[in-house]
Design a protein around this ligand. Structure first.
Ligand SMILES: [Zn+2]
Length: 255
């Protein structure tokens, strides 16, 4: 299994990160992809990758909730990191739009997103994209920029079947995680319609732990709870789900 979106650099793991990673490895999670959110996360991510070079891959991007007054300076610095060593990162992330916490800076969020999507095209990297209360402006950008050179994962996908279909038609993938196991979630309906051909799995640790861990700290080993739940609800074997979603992850993230 591949956890395509996990914030293992979070301070929530600072006391027991080695146990967390070993638990993930012991249940069959072979790779964990870490999105960057801000400047502080990058140093911690680098040290984790040094210690687990065969299991941890890094992304570089500025999270929409961290698009603050200094966003241009941060992106200037990230421009240089991409230029210096494009192979250090497997994807552009975590990028996107979030109008749940702050609507006032939507113009800056859109500018930052477009700047970072340029990296995808320039360096041939997929994106890992966060969308919260922002489907309309996100789809507008994806439609306008739709081309074979731009593709990625809509992480923590919770949209409608129609949105799922449109995103897949544009060549992108959907990241499915713990939210699928929540009672009021529409994710199982979406998956029963579209199948697993364009699905990758993720935990988004330490957030959004799946049932039966809901409300607690999430971790990459809980990927098996997500697989078990989906297998039970949708009638595919766990092996099938593991295999298809891992193959999809390797394809989109070029591993
Ligand atoms: Zn995230």
């Amino acid at each position: 299994m591949i956890d395509t979106h996990t914030h293992l650099d979070s301070s929530k793991f600072s006391d027991d990160i080695d146990e967390v990673i070993n638990r993930a490895l012991s249940v069959g999670v072979t790779s964990m992809y870490l999105p960057n959110v801000d400047d502080e996360s990058l140093a911690r991510m680098n040290s984790l990758q040094e210690r687990y070079p065969n299991h941890i891959e890094l992304m570089l991007g500025l999270h929409p909730c961290d698009v603050k007054g200094d966003w241009k300076k941060i992106l200037d610095r990230y421009d240089k990191l991409w230029e210096e060593n494009p192979t250090a990162f497997i994807a552009v992330g975590e990028v996107g739009l979030d109008l749940y916490w702050d609507k006032t800076n939507i113009d800056e969020q859109i500018q930052a997103l477009n700047h970072q999507l340029d990296w995808c095209v320039k360096y041939a990297k997929p994106f890992s994209m966060h969308v919260r209360d922002a489907w309309e402006p996100t789809l507008k950008i994806l439609r306008e920029r739709n081309c074979p050179e731009l593709n990625g994962v809509l992480h923590c996908f919770t949209g409608s079947i129609e949105i799922a279909r449109e995103i897949i038609d544009m060549g992108h993938y959907l990241g499915i995680g713990g939210v699928a196991t929540f009672k009021n979630s529409n994710v199982v309906n979406v998956l029963s319609d579209i199948g697993f051909d364009r699905i990758v799995l993720e935990t988004d640790s330490p957030y959004l732990a799946p049932v039966p861990h809901r409300g607690k700290r999430n971790e990459s080993s809980y990927l098996q709870n997500i697989t078990m739940f989906l297998s039970d609800k949708l009638g595919y074997s766990e092996e099938y789900i593991d295999e298809v979603t891992s193959d999809n992850a390797k394809l989109i993230f070029q591993r």
